[in-house]
Design a protein around this ligand. Structure first.
Ligand code: SF4
Length: 345
């Protein structure tokens, strides 16, 4: 699923949402944050990359290779080339087809950052009654503050099982007709675990108005654009400003009485044929998940440097867009390989 999210099961792919986290926006261009010169900025990666929030996929990418995520922000053009690859497009179209099964995708023009967040809020507001009625929703935005940092994601699918449990289903398209290995599995488990933390936080009403104003620096007084207003009216909502809609969202979440997620499930499907490969249930251990999250976030808050892959996982570099220019791979791994000249990275 995907966030911020790169739909296809590829690491190192960034999406429009991730671009938006930078305060820039892809293709909108109306609220591009003033670009500071990188050499003048000497802060944490969050500051250096001018990120107001992280996407779940950024954090999961770290479980694959943290340095790859860092390179992705430093050298976005390298990633853009990969975004346009056929594999990425094929995965995205499977996700879109599934989304269209349950609801129409309505294009609405957004004119400001507030508008883009307003559209996410409207999506959530539209999905609350569907879930309350016991039906399935797809592509649900989820967001909140985890360990002090605002995080955003998009859940592929939520539905109720025949036992009445709320099931999160995350679709992963695979180039090969096989299940992923351990490294990818770890990243996928982290992804669905983070979705649960975010979703459960939303329906428990833990989100605060200040989180949006302070962390995301959104303006509550910003008037919503005409496209967004029209869309809100179609849903029967009378709102004028971003703050109106934010308050409406928070109130609805506080009183929605939706259940938290009971089951986390990963569904693997073959990209070429679209046929299912297998589904796996993922256990949820909040203590372990939060510890893992803190470890990942300590890079973003500047407490430590980005790390590349361990020698045992050097095979990942073969799938990495930055393999030619990665110093970690060049220096560190070559060094560690001294004495094993026959082993090729
Ligand atoms: Fe990570 Fe290897 Fe890519 Fe370097 S080349 S960023 S170590 S995957």
């Amino acid at each position: 699923g995907g966030d911020c999210e790169a739909k296809p099961d590829l690491s190192g792919v960034r999406s429009a949402e991730q671009e938006e986290a930078k305060g820039g926006g892809v293709g909108y261009g109306l609220d591009a944050a003033p670009k500071r010169k990188r050499e003048l900025v000497d802060g944490s990666p969050l500051d250096r990359f001018e990120l107001r929030y992280l996407c779940v996929t950024d954090i999961c990418g770290q479980a694959w290779c943290e340095l790859q995520v860092a390179h992705g922000f430093e050298l976005p053009d390298v990633l853009k080339r990969r975004d346009e690859s056929q594999e990425v497009r094929a995965g995205a179209s499977i996700h879109l087809a599934r989304e269209l099964e349950v609801h129409d995708v309505v294009p609405v023009s957004a004119q400001s950052r507030e508008d883009r967040w307003a559209l996410k809020f409207l999506n959530v507001l539209g999905m609350i009654p569907v879930l309350q009625a016991g039906s399935c929703v797809r592509e649900m935005p989820v967001f909140g503050v985890l360990e002090g940092i605002f995080v955003m994601g998009v859940i592929d699918e939520l539905h109720y099982s025949h036992k009445g449990e709320l099931v999160l289903n995350e679709l992963k398209t695979r180039g090969h007709n096989s299940l992923p290995g351990r490294a990818q599995d770890r990243s996928h488990r982290l992804q669905v675990g983070l979705y649960k933390l975010l979703y459960d936080g939303l329906v428990r009403g833990t989100l605060e108005r200040e989180d949006f104003i302070r962390s995301l620096q959104l303006q509550p007084g910003q008037l919503l654009g005409s496209g967004v207003m029209e869309h809100a009216q179609k849903l029967g909502l009378q709102v004028g400003t971003f703050g109106d809609l934010l308050d409406l969202l928070l109130m609805n979440l506080t009183y929605c009485e939706l259940p938290t997620i009971d089951v986390l499930r990963l569904e693997y499907c073959h990209q070429g044929s679209g046929t299912p490969i297998a589904t796996r249930e993922v256990p949820f251990d909040e203590t372990q998940l939060r510890a893992e999250l803190q470890q990942h976030l300590s890079y973003w808050t500047g407490q430590r440097e980005a790390r590349g892959v361990d020698i045992e996982e050097a095979w990942k570099c073969r799938y990495c867009s930055f393999v030619e220019l990665c110093e970690w791979r060049k220096e560190r791994l070559q060094q560690e390989l001294t004495g094993h000249p026959s082993k090729k990275l």
